[in-house]
Design a protein around this ligand. Sequence first.
Ligand code: ADP
Ligand code: MG
Length: 502
Amino acid sequence: MANLVGIDLGTTYSSISKLDDTGRPIIIENSEGQNITPSIVSFENENSVVVGTTAMINYGVDENTFGRFKREMGTDKRYEAFGQTYNPTTLSSFVLKKLKEDAEAKIGEISEAVVTIPANFSNEAREATLAAAKMAGLEVKNIINEPTAAALHYAFSSGEELHGRYAIYDLGGGTFDISLIKVEGSDIEVLNSEGISKLGGDDFDEKIRDLVKEKFKAETGNDLDPEDFTKNDAEEQKRTLTSRETSTVRIRSPKGSAVIELSKTEFENAISSMIAQAEMTCETLLDDSNLSPSDINDVILVGGSTRIPMIKESVKKIFNKEPKTFGNPDEAVTLGASLYVAYKANPSDLNPLQQKAISQVKISDIANKYFGTLILSYDEEKQDWNLVNDTLIPKGEKLPSSVSKTYNTVSDNQTTIQCTVTESNVRETDKEFVTTMWEGNLDVPAGRPAGQEVIVTFSYDDNQVMKCSFLDVSSKNKTDIDLTIDNENINPEMSIDQFKVE
Ligand code: ADP
Ligand code: MG
């Protein structure tokens, strides 16, 4: 039987899972016996790294320890340790390698993995994630958006036939995402998704640190040194305040000693403006989707930070119903991914019970960005031609989707047509605010008047892969662009094979 796994490569915590022999998704523990592994990488020297809880102890206090690099995937951010430079992809590959090796020690060699990706990840960040998987020695044929994976897990584990619209509220360590899905029996369809890319448990930890700093100053008259109350210390206090009304911090440092009491109310006041932001995002999503809270059957909580009581209350207030959790909220995404890897697999790779489990679900996704092209448009005010962005596939469009639009050439004897494929998070006409995914020229015959028809077609499939074409109708000249993230052609910048990863 093939060894298929689902992996949630999270900003703060990562995890790996599989379907058991009865077709139920289960976590594969790491070598320390934990369900989730901190996405922290600590270099011991130029060819040895420690990943996870041990690395976490060094996070924020040691210069060779890095975290939160998921936020930088596909960017030119670089990290330096022991004279070597690493990019976010390489750091992610260490996390994946740790998950892989720990899992393989338990279940044997992994044949294929599905890795989850935030719905709002750019093409570059998606490619970078695939490159990281490749460097870690994982075979990844499919990726899945995190809210879709969570929806899949929810539909599977709810144990009843679902009908109607549901909201997936995901608040993790670094990001907040809210998605609306429609479920009709086994059909799961993602309707719409919104998020705040820098809002999560990390920010709450920071607020705890601020509170402690303030109280330390009041008590001792001195400024607290960061290493005397670290980010990890703050996270621990935060978790205490999830289950208790107060917590106690004992600090003994060169700057003085203090016993500091924190209350749940103080913590809630400190994070209230961030909760309000999340609430506004939920309201915007409902408004944009022309839905009211009564149109939503259930709200499902995902992400470790949804354990905080105030978050649950906030969700209840916005959606006017008690939110639901299935199992551990920080495991929903990985468990959904292990359902998805099986869903995409060859039936012969599954046993009959696993096949039966998978037959209960069918999913369709939406475009997570706006995709468009740059066209010349006449600006009456300026009396001039202006290069503007025109959307072909809007965000939220059900996949697979194919859209064609006809444009016209603007000048006589025009011999080339500039072809551009753009992406953006909001509907944009200003070319300065869109990202170019591809650009090139289409040569066309000389000697023709302006007004020649050009048909632009964008097709986006349910694996979030885009193909585009620009066709000059009269000459039939055509440019075909395949923006498929081609796993074969992904060339990681370096090999991590020489590294010992623990
Ligand atoms: P990711 O953002 O990596 O997907 P998770 O979904 O695992 O992460 O969520 C991690 C966040 O959840 C961290 O900020 C962590 O401190 C927070 N968290 C986990 N358990 C609790 C708890 N009991 N109370 C408050 N916050 C928690
Ligand atoms: Mg997450």
